[in-house]
Design a protein around this ligand. Structure first.
Ligand SMILES: C[S@@+](CC[C@H](N)C(=O)[O-])C[C@H]1O[C@@H](n2cnc3c(N)ncnc32)[C@H](O)[C@@H]1O
Length: 707
């Protein structure tokens, strides 16, 4: 349909429910801008989004009007106070009261005659003063001086251009990939990224509805339970205390390099072929489940405080998020005197810490008093990724005294135990790779075999960004998961894992578009433009404590272009059965785990039990575990990436920007949570995303209105 016909149709539809053109016009304009002229979204469900937006606009106007009259009342009140002495009405009232003996409020109105309006002045005073009180409290959060915060908001650009970049040095990753031919035993693990900061997105204004509300006291973001002491502790202790100097390569935020240039600087992170079992996992993880999409968030705790430098946990679509390792109070805290305190109570002045900012462990530990768990929970304030990424990822808390929750930073996902992910070269046939290519595939006029798998053309631009058309398709599938995008398993592994006597029918899985990247069996080089995700994180980000009460979050320190790769969702690779077992073990704590289902292609294959997988970032993960949820208009989107195997039971899950993102914006993605799905209360949390499309807002009234 031509655009103007669509406009007319929208007018007609709105007219049908009694909304005039002049009200529709400005809102429609805004929506078209917001959805980048994606009419399908606006037209869906008989223009429901449009109608909702118009009602919202009306609500906003009423609110503004209310505020205006409140402000007027305040002004009046102030004026009245200034001229208290000459307030005739008040004096009159007092005189009347005195003369008529009207001390009791109960008989005031009846006996004061014409002057009875005066008690209303009094009432008005009370109202306006309480309004004033609310206004005064509004927006005030308990903000303690940030003991550990190295980054002041105002100085962020400085941080990203100087502090971060100054500390860059060339890093070489240990590329410990062990590839074996099919059937010849274990392969090597694969890892990935993480980290963040943030501020409100410029085009995602905070919803006024939340302004006057106290932040809700949510369930804590997730609790990571203590790992059993094992041999790894010694190495960890060494790393915590000594750090691994000079490994990270940072990209200055001011100097943008495209992905390929960046790739020349840093070593490619190791690609995982086979996933190693974690000796720790089982006792330490919690899982949640989710209905259809791949993200299974839990009730993340708001982060019980940990040691300075430790990270908080977060979770995406199947994911759930952790908090403290053991839920005990064994956490390091920051005190308000700008002194850092470790678990053992050692104190150290912040200034001293700044002096040796490049030393990678800022917390002073008393070795004798610190347990291995304490040590593991400490995160370097300058780099929560512990040098595992190409860039450093600092953390900051300007809101309270919590430190990020404990977890193990891993840059690539690892199998916990039973997941069937032994990638082998023989599994990738010649038709599944471009063995005849050379150098960089992108400039070639003839699409290579990998491009053919992407529908005959590369999905990345030469700048390493996802092409607009592909991105829009992904966004529309996510934002508009109509039935047509859902596929249903004949025997759903998720339902099978539930131990129900009767097997429930599959609830459906969102069918997503994959990107196939070139890989090591291809003839091209590792800087080929069709290898973006596997090169890892390249933008500067920061983990930060959100002011809205969402716990920790991730924000970008760099401006990010639309379609840019931000990070992969990394975690332990679990079979659904393992996930379920962990849930049972954890009981209520399972609500605080961060898991994402890898179910984008379940329905198109008969998934065996050990092939139905999810990623659990509760105890082992990267910065993605800090990314908070935002309903509908999140600035990141997850896209499945095929790298090491053509079988889609395992794939990488990468997060890309849905639009240009300003430095200091919080990074968010839509977990796909259904807040009214009572069957999946494990995933529920009180959503504070602030989106005008928030699904956690009771919509019944609005829907009624539309009908
Ligand atoms: C993957 S974690 C995100 C990081 C988490 N905020 C933290 O502190 O570790 C997911 C958890 O964060 C919290 N969260 C994420 N998005 C939220 C939102 N929009 N509103 C409220 N809480 C949110 C919930 O507790 C959720 O279970």
């Amino acid at each position: 349909m031509a655009p103007n016909l669509r406009v007319k149709a929208a007018f007609m539809a709105m007219k049908g429910i009694g909304i005039s053109e002049d009200k529709v016009k400005p809102v429609l304009k805004k929506l078209l801008k917001l959805y980048e002229k994606n009419w399908e979204m606006i037209e869906e469900e008989n223009y429901r989004v449009l109608a909702d937006a118009i009602f919202d606009e009306e609500d906003d106007q009423v609110e503004v009007q209310k505020r205006k009259s409140t402000a007027d009342e305040d002004d009046l009140e102030e004026e009245a106070q200034m001229h208290e002495v000459e307030r005739p009405l008040k004096r009159l009232r007092l005189r009347n009261q005195e003369s008529q003996g009207l001390a009791s409020p109960s008989n005031q109105n009846s006996q004061l005659g014409r002057t009875s309006f005066q008690p209303m002045v009094e009432q008005q005073e009370i109202q306006s003063s309480s309004v004033r009180q609310i206004n005064m409290n509004k927006g005030k959060q308990p903000i303690s001086p940030m003991a550990l915060a190295v980054v002041e908001r105002n100085n962020l650009s400085q941080l990203s251009t100087t502090k971060v970049s100054e500390t860059c040095s060339v890093m070489s990753f240990d590329t410990s990939i062990r590839i074996r031919d099919k059937g010849k035993g274990p392969l090597s693990p694969q890892f990935i990224d993480g980290s963040s900061i943030s501020e409100r997105p410029c085009d995602e204004p905070k919803d006024e509805r939340y302004d006057d509300e106290e932040p809700l006291n949510e369930t804590p973001i997730a609790a990571i339970l203590p790992d059993p002491i094992n041999k790894g502790d010694l190495a960890l202790r060494k790393e915590m205390i000594g750090g691994r100097g000079g490994r990270a390569v940072c990209t200055s935020s001011s100097e943008y390099r495209n992905d390929r240039e960046r790739a020349n600087i840093a070593e490619e992170s190791p690609t995982n072929l086979e996933i190693a079992s974690s000796p720790l996992g089982e006792d330490t993880l919690n899982v949640g489940s989710r209905k259809t999409n791949s993200f299974v968030p839990n009730n993340a705790s708001n982060g019980s405080p940990d040691v300075q430098g430790s990270i908080g946990a977060a979770a995406p679509r199947i994911p759930r998020f952790p908090g403290s390792l053991d839920g005990s109070n064994n956490h390091l805290k920051m005190n308000k005197n700008k002194t850092t305190i470790d678990c053992a109570g050692s104190q150290r002045k912040l200034s001293e810490e700044h002096e040796d900012a490049d030393s990678r462990s800022l917390v002073v530990f008393s070795k004798s008093q610190s347990t291995p768990t304490d040590l593991r929970s400490v995160h370097d304030v300058n780099d929560i990724a512990k040098g595992e990424e190409r860039v450093k990822i600092p953390w900051v808390n300007k809101i309270d005294e919590q430190c990020p929750p404990s977890f193990h930073y891993i840059p690539q996902s690892l199998a916990f135990s039973s997941a069937s992910i032994n990638f082998s070269l023989s599994e990738i046939g010649n038709e599944n790779c471009c063995s005849n290519c050379y150098g960089d595939c992108l400039p070639s006029p003839v699409p290579c075999a990998c491009a053919c798998a992407n529908g005959g053309e590369f999905t990345y631009t030469v700048k390493g960004l996802v092409k607009e058309a592909f991105l829009l398709k992904c966004i529309s599938v996510n934002r508009d998961p109509k039935k047509s995008h859902h596929l249903y398993c004949r025997e759903c592994p998720l339902e099978k894992s539930k131990d129900n006597n009767i097997l429930e029918p599959c609830k459906g899985h969102l069918k997503r578009k994959f990107i196939k990247e070139c890989w090591r069996k291809c003839g091209c080089g590792k800087h080929c433009g069709n290898r973006v995700v596997q090169r890892g994180i390249s933008y500067n980000m920061q983990v930060f404590m959100t002011p809205e009460g969402k716990g920790w979050g991730l924000q970008t320190l760099d401006e990010l272009p639309k379609g840019a790769f931000v990070c992969e969702y990394i975690g332990e690779i679990l079979t659904i059965k393992e996930m379920h077992e962990r849930n049972l073990k954890k009981g209520d704590a399972a609500k605080r785990t961060y898991r994402v289902l890898l179910d984008s292609d379940w329905s198109s294959m008969c998934v065996k039990d050990d092939e139905a997988l999810c990623l659990d970032s509760t105890t082992f993960g990267n910065i993605a575990r800090f990314i908070n949820h935002r309903c509908y208009d999140a600035n990141l989107i997850e896209i499945p990436i095929e790298v090491e195997t053509p079988k889609h039971h395992y794939y990488r899950l990468a997060l890309f920007t849905t639009r240009k993102i300003q430095a200091l914006e919080e990074l968010t993605w839509d977990y796909g949570v259904e807040f009214d799905d009572h069957d999946h209360s494990l995933n529920a949390f009180q959503c504070l995303c602030g989106s005008r499309f928030c699904r956690n807002v009771k919509r019944s009234n609005r829907v009624k209105k539309v009908r």
